[in-house]
Design a protein around this ligand. Sequence first.
Ligand SMILES: [Zn+2]
Length: 148
Amino acid sequence: MFDRIRARREHRASQRVMDELLKFAYQEPPVPNYPEADRASSPLAPAVPVVEDFLPPDLRLPTREEIAGMMMRWDTPLVIGGEIRECPQCGAYRNWVLLSVRDQVWLRCRAGHETLEPALDTAWYNRASGPMDRWHPTLEDGLKHLGH
Ligand SMILES: [Zn+2]
């Protein structure tokens, strides 16, 4: 009789252990309580922090698609296909401003004569120019900045 009572107790005890194990097996993983500063490194935090935006609009430079054209100084003689380009109206052959407008490149001499250069295009202009570092509200403002 004592054996049966002992056996029942042991059975109940092992049943409790099994219940505890099942409870653990079905539990959701605990949510770690990280301090505020460590939240970004928590595995539950998003991998990339959400930022409002890249820059305020007044600090952004326009993209090449948003501007009417690009310009740069070209002080040395411009040699295309072995020939030095010169202004057809005044004969100037250096101190150009090169204008890139709608996939065309225009040469502008010091006297303000503008000549389309069909041998050059935007791809050439982009290879020859540096990155855009400034923009001007008008063509005249840009020419003034470049000393023309
Ligand atoms: Zn000219």
